[in-house]
Design a protein around this ligand. Structure first.
Ligand code: SF4
Length: 503
């Protein structure tokens, strides 16, 4: 009997339809040697797995980040009980490999990038000799494996995802990316990126997320600083990265003009009109920009003082829109410098800065970040406990009992911060505000679609994320399920099976 390989993307909430394809599933499928056959891909944001899916001799790969680790461990234990070999990977497993062994029934854990070592892991599991830990290291850009999009279930996702670069040179204190993916950008060849985009457009995807840590890894400031150094090697390397970005954007611009891309960049791109113009030509129509805080003190507290604050911030954000790039602004509430007035000021700024979408998250110390290390050290030996689990291991607390906020604030209670955050979501996404922002598209049909998508976004991310009221959370999940299906149709286009890769 042939070993069956399963890859599971765990999730506690399933919506039946998902916004973005979980890229790692399809990349690991691409790294699976053909001798193992096509892996069974299970994305639990669509439907949850059941233990009966797994059998003796199967190999079950589970990728976890901190937020879905607990569900991942549940799946791992169930698979092990059924006689399968269980392998964990992903950011969280890289940070806490022993935890996956203790709680998730792991036979093996892969730390770092998975695609390089995956064939060896499978072969060892199949012969019954898995190692406890595999170090996948950092795969170079040229070694990134193409995703197996031919395995994608039809009619389930709104956006496809393609990666063009891993790593980020910044060092924000609340973010683990620069530590786990490294600060040296690892750039994938534009040829490989374009080939994947063409494959997805052939299937009918016209919205594609460039799932990068930071699409703008070299700023004008970086170049100016490198130019001042005696050794020109650094400047040459940075210029090569920048030129590669432009080359990719030139190639994307040659693809069918109904394609729309979305990415993540830092606000410094607003200083670079040449880059923004190239984005517009490449139809990179939107970007998540981490604004985080609207005050200089808040930015300093999270090591993000390369961002602007106040009126300068409004002006920088408007520059994106002036160049045809819509912004999804991301804000954090609960920073020690936040005050009661910060909520209103943030909402006001988000409205005035021409943001198309916004998200408001509460400060959560995630492992692998500077904030987490500081917080853990500050509590050493006297951590509050929930169900006997220290809050410094908050991802192990069952979802229903998990506090919504962990770090004490000098002037506000956690409940005050949570409630004010919820209010900001509600007001930014009120029907009047959404309709006003819908003016960014022309036809009535497009405006209605904009309203639908804005509402879906809020249901999926705000009402299920920060609400403490389980009735509200359940209602939001039901709404999101119901809204997601018609929304998906708005994103798809007629397939173009004959589309060629531009020369
Ligand atoms: S938050 Fe963004 S800019 Fe900051 S380190 Fe993380 S990926 Fe880089």
């Amino acid at each position: 009997m042939r070993t069956r390989v399963h890859l599971v993307n765990p999730s506690n909430t399933a919506f039946g339809t998902a916004v973005i394809t979980p890229r790692w599933l399809y990349v690991l499928a691409g790294a699976t040697p053909s001798a193992f056959g096509d892996p069974n891909l299970v994305d639990e944001t669509l439907e949850q797995s059941t233990p009966s899916m797994f059998g003796p001799g199967d190999i079950v790969g589970i990728g976890i980040h901190t937020a879905n680790a607990l569900r991942g461990y549940e799946v791992g234990r169930a698979a092990r009980e059924r006689g399968a070999s269980v392998v964990f990977g992903g950011i969280h497993a890289s940070l806490y490999p022993e935890e996956a062994h203790e709680r998730g029934g792991a036979h093996a854990v892969v730390t770092g990038d998975g695609e390089g070592v995956w064939p060896a892991v499978l072969s060892d599991c199949a012969s019954g000799t898995p190692s406890r830990i595999y170090d996948g290291g950092k795969v170079r850009g040229q070694g990134f494996v193409a995703a197996r999009w031919d395995l994608l279930p039809r009619n389930k996702y709104m956006w496809a995802s393609v990666q063009t670069v891993r790593g980020c040179p910044k060092h924000c204190s609340f973010c683990s990316v620069w530590r786990t993916d490294g600060q040296e950008p690892r750039i994938r060849s534009s040829e490989a990126v374009v080939r994947e985009v063409v494959e997805l457009r052939r299937m009918g995807f016209r919205f594609i997320a460039l799932a990068d840590d930071n699409f703008y890894p070299v700023t004008l400031n970086d170049l100016a600083m490198a130019a001042r150094r005696a050794d020109p090697a650094r400047l040459t390397a940075l210029e090569a990265i920048r030129e590669e970005r432009f080359d990719l954007m030139r190639r994307l611009a040659q693809l069918p003009d109904d394609l729309i891309f979305f990415t993540q960049i830092t606000m410094e791109a607003a200083e670079d009109p040449e880059f923004l113009t190239a984005m517009k030509k490449a139809r990179i129509a939107g970007a998540l920009v981490g604004v985080e805080s609207v005050t200089p003190e808040g930015l300093k507290a999270i090591y993000k003082d390369f961002n602007f604050a106040g009126e300068a911030l409004v002006e920088r954000l408007r520059r994106f829109r002036a160049h045809g790039v819509h912004v999804l602004g991301s804000f954090i509430f609960g920073l020690p410098t936040d005050q009661d007035a910060t909520f209103e000021a943030t909402l006001d700024l988000a409205k005035r800065a021409d943001l198309t979408f916004a998200q408001f998250v509460t400060l959560t110390p995630f492992p692998g970040t500077v904030d987490f290390a500081r917080w853990e050290a500050s509590l050493a030996g006297r951590e509050p406990r929930v169900l006997d689990i220290p809050v410094t291991r908050h991802w192990l607390i069952p979802y229903d009992h998990r506090p919504k906020l962990y770090t004490p604030h000098p002037t506000m209670t956690p409940e005050q911060i949570r409630r004010r955050t919820q209010e900001v979501w509600d007001r930014f996404y009120s029907i009047g505000e959404v309709w006003r922002r819908a003016r960014c598209v022309r036809s009535l049909k497009a405006r209605l679609a904009f309203v639908l998508i804005s509402k879906l976004y809020r249901q999926m991310y705000a009402n299920t994320g920060i609400s403490t009221d389980s009735a509200r959370t359940n209602r939001a999940s039901r709404w999101a399920r119901w809204l997601a299906r018609p929304c998906r149709r708005l994103f798809m286009a007629r397939p173009m099976p004959d589309l060629a890769v531009p020369g």
